[in-house]
Design a protein around this ligand. Structure first.
Ligand SMILES: [Zn+2]
Length: 255
């Protein structure tokens, strides 16, 4: 049926725009590392995400209150013009995950109350076939992208970050001897930093000890506990698994 076809095309267009927006969404770097730090220190920080039900279907679907270690992967993700707030609550206090501003308890309660709006929106979406299809398609598409990247690198336990894991590169050292003398890759420290900052996706391997940053112009492997850049190579040297990862990035428009 022609009208059905037109409707599907329409859904695809909405989907493409949404995915494009997510590629530009804002990560909350330092908050995320706080979570990891405090988990180690035996604390259990919490996260509240809410939008009053006036944002998009996807945003309503991730709204809620969570323990930070049990929150959805994309809890910090926001698209353009997103009105969602993400609140981070730890023993140190209450903080906005995006602005990093400290906030009062009354504001936390107001944000918590907004979750009800999202739950209402979810209820409405259950009755709206088109919206349901769109939000589910976005999530499916992201999951397929992650699966394909894991397949490309051949490490089933890897964890893919469609928004590259934020690190403060200035705290990292550079294994220049290994990268340039042993491997002959010819990448400088500042080039490696730039490749990390411009990367499209990152992938955690070796139980999260190594983060690989994949971008159009180069790839960098970082040892997180040692805070050291261990491997870096440019586009001209892409082979095998790396090329496959680049294909997935292109296929899903993650760039
Ligand atoms: Zn939102």
């Amino acid at each position: 049926m022609a009208s059905e076809e037109a409707r599907n095309r329409n859904i695809d267009a909405i989907l493409d725009r949404a995915v494009e927006n997510f590629a530009r969404s804002i990560p909350a770097g330092t908050i995320k590392s706080n979570v990891e730090f405090e988990m180690h220190a035996g604390m259990r920080p919490r996260i509240i995400r809410s939008s009053n039900g006036k944002c998009c279907a996807w945003c309503s679907s991730v709204a809620g209150e969570y323990y930070a270690d049990e929150a959805p992967d994309d809890i910090y993700k926001r698209h353009d013009n997103c009105n969602c707030t993400v609140t981070y609550i730890s023993e140190k206090g209450r903080q906005d995950a995006h602005t990093k501003a400290w906030i009062r308890q009354e504001e936390v309660e107001a944000r918590r109350a907004r979750i009800a709006g999202d739950m209402k929106r979810i209820q409405e979406l259950r009755n709206d076939e088109t919206a349901r299809k769109v939000s589910r398609k976005i999530i499916d598409r992201e999951n397929r992208a992650k699966r394909d990247i894991i397949q490309a690198i051949g490490k089933p336990k890897a964890k893919v970050h469609l928004i590259p894991k934020k690190i403060n590169v200035d705290e990292f050292s550079f294994n220049g001897y290994h990268i340039n003398s042993v491997r002959g890759h010819g990448v400088t420290f500042s080039e490696a930093k730039k490749l990390i900052q411009e990367s499209d996706v990152s992938v955690s391997v070796w139980d999260g000890n190594v983060e690989r940053y994949y971008g159009e112009n180069g790839v960098v492997y970082v040892n997180l506990p040692e805070k050291r850049i261990d491997t870096a190579f440019k586009k001209a040297e892409f082979t095998g698994d790396t090329l496959k990862v680049m294909e997935v990035i292109e296929k899903y428009g993650l760039r």
